[in-house]
Design a protein around this ligand. Structure first.
Ligand code: GP9
Ligand code: MN
Length: 629
């Protein structure tokens, strides 16, 4: 070790020395490497990106490096040194911010941020308690490299090596970094263009930052496709739907509830694993457990929502279409023409209303309900909402049902009434007087509180049924209770597995997406219907009971019919049949939870792609506007 003239220790070429001005090339290289390393760590430990081959892993590393180098390279557009330094630092900071935003979103949604999600920021929790729950103290480490970079810049440090030789090839290097990894990636991930709905695959192929660029591109193309659509696309879709459907929407129970009111109750964030479950002798859903005994009960029913949460569930159930891969149809396409349940029931003189204790513009409901054909929306403005009777997202479920009953009784019959519960919402908050069972004691507060808020929801529904039972309204109605989406995301698997007292396997990522579906038809006997189904099938099921045939261009099949090739398609292209689950690019047997030959799943690949693509075409192209009444 030598002591240099300025007194610093010379440890060879890597020793950092103070200089008169910042060495931009050194700052640029350091910023690139630091961010790249950070992203690789996040890929592994947060996003848990599962690469299928060594080649795919290398390509991911290279594209990620290329994308970061390319974006940070924008800093060189500034000619003067101080501006350049500042630009590189600011870009690095923004890229870190984007990464952190993705981490927070991923912690709950197990999904990557899309452009439309940014426009529904307030709806997904905004800067609320839900978001705070997702921030961890160790997140501070996310900014270690930012601090290192800042120190280098402030102290004007740079090593003994000169990077001047790079300056000559700057343009070529930038082009190489931007383009070569992309080409490599597209060559190796061939399925990529046809599976653009699979965000994990896009991130794996392009890296996180190019994924965002691709998302922006996709969203712009989607808008263009809406403008270019002319309705000719409908013939092909019609042929597909008719071939698939046949007579399957006419079951043995067809028409048993003809002319009855439909009371559709959305069970907020309620997953099927809460059913028939007790902790220390405390039943989580005592009322639902009892109700299902004399109802139609579907233990293998899945939610199919994506980034639109409740609004996706509403969209899917009312339209029998799939949600969009990014954002919510409620927010993105509220002005489309729809052929929703209220429209269909209108022909049978039904009055349609939705009930929700939140403010009417939330998730753009006011506009969307108009397009979906609702006659009235009972929102926060129709309820007496005070600080005492609200928590978290709004009016608590017990007062919600209490106050809804007179509104319900005032509706002209027959009616289709959708009631959205709210209390069992992340992060599952409840005052002590509303806790009918104690919280669990795993290390995850969210999981501990969850079962207690579900118990509250169950109580609210019980009280509602107690009030309405025996009345004429009760006998003239059918009750459909359905979970909207998961409440506990796969990120809480460790604590959830402890709570449920069983180990999870790969297929549980899908199996945990089952939500309760109970259809209570007063006077009809109870029956357990084992076949798999999803929210897309619910409308056809309800219409089947009402004796109405669904001839629309949509994808549901009545869950009451003996259709034998049932398939539940999820938005990311994974799927479940009665026997198999397709996830992480592999086919699994449901019985053994083990990988089986791909051949067992491959017969469904076409159908999955076709339905998701057709559904997207209908929504993006606003294709129903070309159908004459
Ligand atoms: C609130 C309701 C619940 O209005 O939509 O929110 P979500 O489950 O969609 O987050
Ligand atoms: Mn919800």
């Amino acid at each position: 070790m030598n002591i240099t003239n300025d007194g610093s220790e010379d440890m060879g070429i890597f020793a950092l020395k103070k200089n008169k001005q910042n060495n931009n090339m050194f700052i640029y290289i350091t910023a690139t490497i630091l961010l790249w390393l950070k992203l690789c760590i996040i890929y592994t430990f947060v996003f848990k990106v599962s690469v299928q081959s060594f080649g795919q892993g290398i390509v991911l590393l290279v594209t990620t490096f290329g994308s970061i180098a390319c974006i940070l390279g924008i800093g060189f557009l500034f000619k003067k040194s101080p501006a350049r330094t500042r630009a590189i630092f600011i870009i690095h900071f923004i890229l870190t911010g984007i990464l952190y935003g993705n981490i927070l979103y991923y912690r709950f949604y197990i999904d990557y941020v899309t452009v439309p999600v940014l426009f529904q920021f307030q709806n997904v929790g905004g800067l609320s308690q839900s978001t705070l729950e997702l921030i961890k103290y160790y997140d501070i480490f996310m900014f270690v490299d930012t601090i290192i970079l800042l120190l280098i810049i402030i102290r004007k440090l740079s090593p003994n090596v000169s990077f001047d030789f790079l300056k000559k090839y700057k343009g070529r290097i930038a082009l190489g970094l931007a383009v070569i990894p992309l080409l490599l990636s597209i060559m190796i991930n061939t399925g990529f263009w046809n599976k653009a709905y699979d965000k994990e695959l896009i991130v794996k192929s392009l890296g996180l930052y190019y994924y965002h660029a691709f998302d922006i591109y996709q969203n712009s193309m989607a808008s263009v496709s809406g403008v270019l659509a002319d309705g000719k696309e409908l013939d092909e879709i019609e042929q597909y739907v008719h071939e698939k459907r046949g007579n399957s929407n006419l079951s043995d129970l067809h028409g048993v509830a003809e002319g009855k009111n439909v009371i559709l109750i959305f069970l907020e964030s309620t997953q099927a694993f809460v059913m028939d479950r007790s902790f220390d002798g405390h039943e989580v859903t005592p009322f639902l457990n009892e109700l299902k005994e004399d109802s139609l009960y579907f233990p293998n029913f899945y939610h199919q929502t994506a980034q639109g949460k409740t609004s996706d569930a509403e969209f899917i159930i009312d339209n029998s279409l799939y949600p969009l891969t990014g954002g919510s149809v409620f927010v993105r396409k509220p002005d489309n023409d729809f052929i929703a349940t209220p429209h269909l029931l209108d022909d049978y003189h039904y009055f349609s209303a939705s009930f929700h204790g939140n403010y009417p513009q939330f998730w753009n409901r006011t506009n969307m309900y108009d397009s979906l054909g609702y006659d009235y929306f009972f929102s926060k403005e129709d309820y007496n909402v005070t600080e005492e009777n609200s928590i978290n997202y709004g009016l608590k479920d017990i007062p919600f049902f209490e106050q809804s009953l007179p509104h319900l009784q005032s509706l002209p019959e027959p009616f289709y009434a959708k009631m959205l519960t709210l209390t069992n919402h992340f992060p599952f908050l409840l005052e002590p007087e509303d806790q009918f069972i104690p919280e669990l004691k795993t290390e995850e507060g969210v999981v501990n509180r969850y079962f207690t808020t579900v118990r509250y929801e169950d109580e609210a529904i019980k009280r509602f049924f107690d009030k309405i039972k025996g009345s004429e309204l009760y006998n003239n109605s059918i009750f459909v209770l359905v979970g909207d989406h998961y409440g506990i995301s796969n990120n809480y698997d460790t604590a959830l597995s402890e709570a449920l007292n069983r180990e999870f396997s790969v297929i549980d990522q899908i199996e945990l997406q089952k939500v309760p579906l109970i259809i209570h038809v007063p006077g009809e006997e109870g029956k357990v219907i084992e076949s798999v189904g999803g929210q897309v099938d619910l409308r056809a099921t309800i219409l089947d009971l009402l004796g109405i045939e669904d001839n629309t261009l949509s994808f549901g099949i009545s869950l009451l019919s003996d259709y034998d090739d049932r398939l539940v398609i999820f938005r990311d292209g994974t799927f479940s049949t009665n026997k198999y689950i397709y996830i992480e690019d592999a086919c699994y047997s449901k019985e053994t939870a083990k990988k089986v030959k791909r051949n067992y799943c491959s017969p469904y690949f076409n159908q999955v792609q076709t339905e998701l693509t057709y559904s997207d075409q209908i929504i993006y192209g606003d294709l129903y506007r070309f159908i004459e009444d």
